[in-house]
Ligand binder design. Sequence first.
Ligand SMILES: *[C@@H]1O[C@H](CO)[C@@H](O)[C@H](O)[C@H]1NC(C)=O
Ligand SMILES: *[C@@H]1O[C@H](CO)[C@@H](O)[C@H](O)[C@H]1NC(C)=O
Length: 326
Amino acid sequence: MSLKKGLLLCLLVSGTSLLLYFTYIPLTKKWLERTEEATKEHFQEVSGIYYVAYPRKYEFIIDQPDICEQQKPYLVAIVPVPPGDVDARNGIRNTWGKQKVFGDKVVLVLFLIGLHSGNDEEILQEKLRNESQQYKDLLQSNFQDSYRNLTIKTMVMLEWLSKNCQQASYAVKVDADVLLNMNNLINMLVSLNSVQHNYMTGLVWDNSIVIRDPSNRFFLPYDVFSRDTFPPYPLGMCYVISMDLPQKILQGAREVKPIYIEDAYLGMCLEHLGIVPTKPPNIELFVVRLLKYNRCYYSKLIAILTENTNQMTSYWTDIYSSSQPC
Ligand SMILES: *[C@@H]1O[C@H](CO)[C@@H](O)[C@H](O)[C@H]1NC(C)=O
Ligand SMILES: *[C@@H]1O[C@H](CO)[C@@H](O)[C@H](O)[C@H]1NC(C)=O
């Protein structure tokens, strides 16, 4: 098969799902301008940027080191969010992040940010310190917050969990535009007969195709990852891990070179550890498709990717403010 045909096929197979998949920052102009005439030599020359430097030396400059010890959560929810996106944080604080106790289970919701870069850097940093004092739910690490650094964000999240929350049973990583029905998530976890180990679940994708089209934002050159498909991994929008995993993944990651696609990278680490992600009891519980909103249907799911904080907030409000039974 010619390179051109191969690229087309990849595009056809993966394009449809990816279309709905992300709304991350657009590619730089340089990448958009690149055509498929790019040669293999060229890929090799630039492939350094598909690796993410993760030197394990980042530190938390805003931290809540004792919060797990104090609150003894069953589940810790971590939401990676850009430093400047206070609206997304407030949206979650006012919706699914509001309720902290479910029966005898305590839930902790924390926001994970990196460093902001830009001319308003110092003002924003002061605002963040204020926000942290007010809500005590911010974790800030000292790497530069950017889309290409999402894998670093995930790895420092695992470092934080492994260092500070060993006594919790589970952690869940939730993107800011996800509507989370916390109650359903806790019920699912409690219904597992015992606290799980080597457990990672979410919308598990098997055989996710590696994108070879240089104009696609998920493009990876062959010399960075040569297989046609990634090992199975739960989509980054929302995944749950048992609390033994952060440490194990960090250990395994020492031998798996990081790529910038954070969820696929976790799949690579799991595979290295010989761990297979667990499918949830019903795969439909974690939903990425842009389904037509339906209150009763949405209220039965665990995580639904929405378009933005406003949409998430309005769905959540509708689901939880109505007393109409489903
Ligand atoms: C942070 O809080 C202090 C004390 O309440 C206030 O004086 C200051 O203006 C706040 N800073 C920002 C950037 O909002
Ligand atoms: C990622 O973070 C590191 C550490 O702050 C920084 O040196 C690098 O420029 C960042 N990369 C991107 C693509 O933002």
